[in-house]
Ligand binder design. Sequence first.
Ligand code: ADE
Length: 283
Amino acid sequence: MRLDVITIFPEYLAPLRLSLVGKAADRGLLDIRIHDLRAWTRDRHHTVDDTPYGGGPGMVMKPEPWGEALDEILADGPPTDGDGAETAARSDTGPVLVVPTPSGRPFTQEIAAELAERPHLVFAPARYEGIDRRVVEEYAERAEVRELSIGDYVLAGGEAPVLVMVEAVVRLLPGVLGNVESHRDDSFAAGSMAHLLEGPVYTKPPVWRGREVPEILLGGHHGNIARWRRDHALRRTAEHRPDLLRAAPPGSWDRPDLRLLAELGWEPDADGRFGPRPGGMEE
Ligand code: ADE
């Protein structure tokens, strides 16, 4: 996978050289290139921003440096199937332009998995009030553009979101995690644990400061351990993310789940989805 990041703070992306992502790059699983947007400015001051049309606070990133940077980087990317710009924008092998913005669609595990399938991701983190809108319009014709938010809060720029998204994507690439099973049970991963947050985990020693590891985990009875984990995942999800339980399709639950949910004060509504019982124990 080829990853390009265009930023006015290249040093901000230094963590991509470390840890899991850095190792994946060292092993050749990933080609990461960090670019300074100012390299594509033509004035003496390397200006990347200007005042917003229509007035208002802050500055807007000028389209010209982004245009020149993206033209060059997209032209230099891995080859795409098909010919012609139209095809590349729609094909699964075409580049994806990721624009982090608090006004984007929420970045989720599902989107991370989709991005992990693509050969070329180009990240365009903005500072100030964002990038001139015409940039997104222009490149939507040549790439798949994804405007994505990492959460309902406003950061000073898109660089930290790029670090977040790249890590979420890269750990899904084949060969990056040591154990291929290790993301199977991730919170938010597809499968039988979808809709559930991961429960607590323990390691040695069996007693620490008088606190014991739950007996059942020491026993080696895989069925009981799986049930224990699922119960705790369910409890944690009900407490921290009731929205996930509500969104789970009817049929996500087995009999012991249903018993525990009832105990926690959840009951199915008319279409079989769960919601907290009025006067129940949620909140
Ligand atoms: N830029 C500033 N805040 C952001 C957020 N929450 N997600 C993505 N990009 C951002």
